[in-house]
Design a protein around this ligand. Structure first.
Ligand SMILES: [Zn+2]
Length: 468
């Protein structure tokens, strides 16, 4: 097997993936800010990360996945004030919704979901050290900032050059609304002001609350160590969020925070940036309300390469649905194989398909050719259908289930199995009744199945059934 190669935003190239500890992977992914329902742009990132984690596990790594929950920031505080409820009650609602949404989309749960409000101590510790080292400074109002001029590597991830922001430079960017000494210095600790209401912590660095960036440094290092393997997010996280995480973490520990920085591209809707004002803004719930199957939505989000912009549309969900329907038809067809013995080498087809599937994913999660290899498998098997016997059913279905460990969209296509078994059993009973000339019972069984939407047809080869 080839080695896994992954595009590292830090070096701007594909690199062979090497772990810190043999066989183990520590991965940190920036999680939701729980002030609203997550939208499909967020979900695209979460599903790419799910694909990545599933694939790492599939190829044998013992993965520890950490995703933070941002449950204190300007937006959550504003939301709780607007509804006149406690911050924790406000964020609980959206935290719960987030977990429901990822379950609906069959996203494998992370090992840890640390919440910012429960890790203030860890954040304060880092801030204290940065103050002691003279890399952070306190302003008159008590807020604490990270001085990027004291960190020479600043800009390493994003290519951002702070000198360009100095006086006279054109196109000055507004980076952080709390910026102080330099426009790019970012806040580590926000001192209390009365807009924060009852949201504050009395700490060694003062009364207030943490900035957003420090959360991720504190929680990733706590659960994964000072340096871990992979840090993921959407490309909108690269600057300033991840640049700042890198700066404050390394300034604190003297070590690199993560070895591989992996980012998913944007999601557009109908070729436009998603925006509430344009009426093209979707949460998962909006799409479910329109009657789309969650797995058609998942398939739509997973089937474009993570570094390609994804153009989302309802048309795309419909195409995904018809792809899933084709796989379902294939499964049903395979289950109904009547011959006993297979006359072709199914193992050979499976091995070749599996190799192509895995090799493509090893190449920077190249999903399109990986899926193409899977559909080529279906096409090949379908074209040899008459040569297939019952001894191949488990092998063929087993391969679909194996692919699904990584893709995570097909499980429900097997879910009719119990129904299938029940139907087969009733058909047997009916045949026996007919042999015994118990036509009353035979009719009862036929009617019972009819009430379940199953119609029986007696043919020369025996009784077959169809869904109405
Ligand atoms: Zn983060």
């Amino acid at each position: 097997m080839r080695e896994l190669v992954i595009y590292n935003t830090l070096t701007k190239k594909k690199e062979i993936f090497k772990t810190i500890n043999p066989g183990k992977v520590g991965i940190y992914t920036c999680g939701p800010t729980v002030y609203n329902f997550v939208h499909i742009g967020n979900l695209r990132t979460f599903i790419f990360e799910d694909l990545f984690v599933r694939f790492l596990r599939y190829i044998g790594y013992d993965v520890t996945h950490v995703m933070n929950i941002t449950d204190v920031d300007d937006k959550t505080i504003r939301g709780s004030k607007n509804e006149n409820i406690k911050l924790s009650d406000y964020t609980y609602k959206y935290k719960k919704a987030f977990f429901e949404d990822i379950e609906t989309l069959n996203i494998v749960k992370a090992n840890y979901y640390p919440e910012a409000t429960k890790h203030i101590k860890e954040m304060v510790n880092i801030i204290k050290t940065l103050l002691e080292k003279g890399i952070a400074y306190k302003t008159e109002d008590g807020s604490i900032y990270f001085s990027i001029s004291k960190f020479k590597e600043y800009g390493k991830l994003s290519g951002f050059n702070p000198d360009e922001l100095k006086d006279g430079a054109s196109g000055r960017v507004k980076l952080d609304e709390y910026s102080k000494d330099q426009p790019v210095d970012f806040v580590l600790w926000k001192s209390y002001n009365e807009d924060d209401g009852d949201v504050f912590w009395e700490t060694e660095v003062g009364k207030g609350r943490p900035g957003w960036h420090i959360e991720c440094s504190a929680m990733s290092m706590k659960y994964l160590g000072d340096t871990f393997d992979i840090h993921c997010g959407g490309i909108d996280n690269i600057f300033p969020h991840h640049e700042n995480e890198i700066a404050q973490s390394k300034a604190y520990s003297g070590k690199d925070l993560a070895n591989y920085w992996v980012h998913s591209a944007f999601l557009n809707v109908n070729n436009e940036k998603m925006a509430k004002s344009k009426g093209n803004f979707y949460t998962l719930r909006d799409l479910l309300d329109k009657g789309y199957h969650p797995m058609a939505i998942r398939y739509s989000l997973i089937s474009t390469h993570y570094r390609q912009p994804l153009n989302f549309s309802e048309e795309l969900i419909k195409q995904s649905q018809s792809t899933l329907n084709r796989i379902k038809e294939f499964i049903v067809r395979i289950k109904s194989i009547k011959k006993d013995k297979t006359e072709i080498n199914v193992d050979d087809i499976i091995i070749k398909s599996k190799n192509a599937f895995v090799e493509n994913l090893l190449d920077d999660l190249n999903i399109s050719p990986a899926l193409a290899a899977f559909f080529e498998f279906i096409r090949k098997i379908n074209s040899k259908y008459d040569d297939l016997g019952k001894d191949s059913i488990e092998k063929i279905l087993g391969f679909i289930k194996e692919v699904d460990k990584v893709i995570g969209c097909f499980d429900h296509l097997f879910k009719d199995e119990n129904l299938d078994k029940e139907i087969e059993q009733l058909i047997k009973e009916r045949e026996e009744a007919r042999r015994n000339k118990d036509f009353k019972k035979a009719d009862e069984i036929r009617n019972k199945l009819l009430s379940k939407g199953i119609i029986l047809k007696d043919t020369k080869e025996g009784t077959i059934w169809e869904k109405i």
